[in-house]
Design a protein around this ligand. Structure first.
Ligand SMILES: C[S@@+](CC[C@H](N)C(=O)[O-])C[C@H]1O[C@@H](n2cnc3c(N)ncnc32)[C@H](O)[C@@H]1O
Length: 272
């Protein structure tokens, strides 16, 4: 049934067999942020795509190095809060190399249905190969979070880890996430956030010096890691993002600061 639905969406959504991305058509004047730069809304997705095509093959090793392994702890907390149970349907958006999808699939079991999705086919390919290597064959799809090719009210859980920051129209993406959740279903948004004030100078120094340096040495790409540091600074803080989840129609919105607010997990429930 879902397969039939996806086939009907093929002509209207941004999901394509080749994984290419069809741009929305924003107004000529509309602008947004790409890190600290102001760019046309129609340019941002292409620039973000360049970043992730460039870093895909070194993404996992860079994640461990940059966060000194902490991303595993942040994800473990998210997995715990998601409380995925056997038989559940789960959508991981901007899933990249598949850390969350893999954990969810183990919990949902053979009667569950866990989708690994991302707008970027380079990232998704690395994720799909990793999952296959660990014996998991999950449905994978290239798709834009701002225009999900799934029916309304289909999933018990929707997650997005370190992806929302990169999206051009965050409100649109959050509204789509809510739309595809079943009544009672839960959204989990894990993202960099606003670190506690006393730590900010050290964190800034690390972000704007060490991150680009590591990017250059390990991934041969300084610019993408400068974008990472800048995009974190431009992302809404904890309270603003919580208000955005509420505006998207989610209820019981709350957030948890992790590592002194370096990262926050936001969650909300679709009460229908
Ligand atoms: C930093 S990676 C996160 C990957 C993975 N979730 C993790 O936590 O390791 C961000 C991902 O967001 C994806 N992304 C950016 N814009 C997107 C969009 N509009 N829709 C879906 N995915 C998007 C990128 O392609 C990239 O794979």
């Amino acid at each position: 049934m879902l397969y039939d639905y996806l086939m009907t969406q093929k002509t209207t959504s941004s999901t394509t067999e080749t994984g290419s991305y069809t741009k929305a058509s924003p107004s000529a004047e509309a602008s947004t942020h790409f890190g600290f730069k102001t760019v046309g809304e129609d340019e941002k997705a292409g620039k973000v795509a360049e970043v992730f095509h460039s870093v895909a093959s070194r993404y996992d090793v860079m994640n461990d190095l940059m966060s000194v392994g902490l991303h595993r702890v942040w994800k473990a907390f998210t997995i715990g809060r998601a409380d995925v149970r056997p038989g559940m349907k789960v959508l991981d958006i901007a899933g990249g190399t598949g850390d969350l999808a893999k954990a969810f699939a183990k919990r949902a079991g053979p009667s569950g249905e866990v989708w690994l999705t991302d707008i970027n086919d380079s990232m998704l390919r690395v994720g799909r190969d990793r999952l296959t290597d660990s014996g998991l064959l999950l449905p994978t799809a290239v798709c834009d979070a701002e225009k999900l090719p799934f029916p309304s009210g289909y999933f018990d859980r929707v997650s997005v880890a370190f992806g929302l920051r990169n999206m051009t129209h965050k409100e649109r993406a959050l509204a789509e996430m809510r739309r595809v959740l079943k009544p009672g279903g839960k959204l989990l948004v894990l993202e960099f956030s606003r670190v506690a004030k006393p730590l900010a100078p050290a964190y800034d120094w690390y972000s704007f010096n060490i991150l680009p340096w590591l990017g250059k040495k390990v991934a041969g790409d300084e610019e993408s890691y400068r974008y990472l540091a800048e995009s974190i600074r431009m992302h809404p803080d904890q309270a603003t993002l919580a208000a955005m989840l509420e505006a998207a129609g989610l209820s019981r919105v709350r957030y948890f600061n992790l590592s002194a607010g370096m990262v926050a997990l936001h969650e909300g429930v679709n009460l229908g």
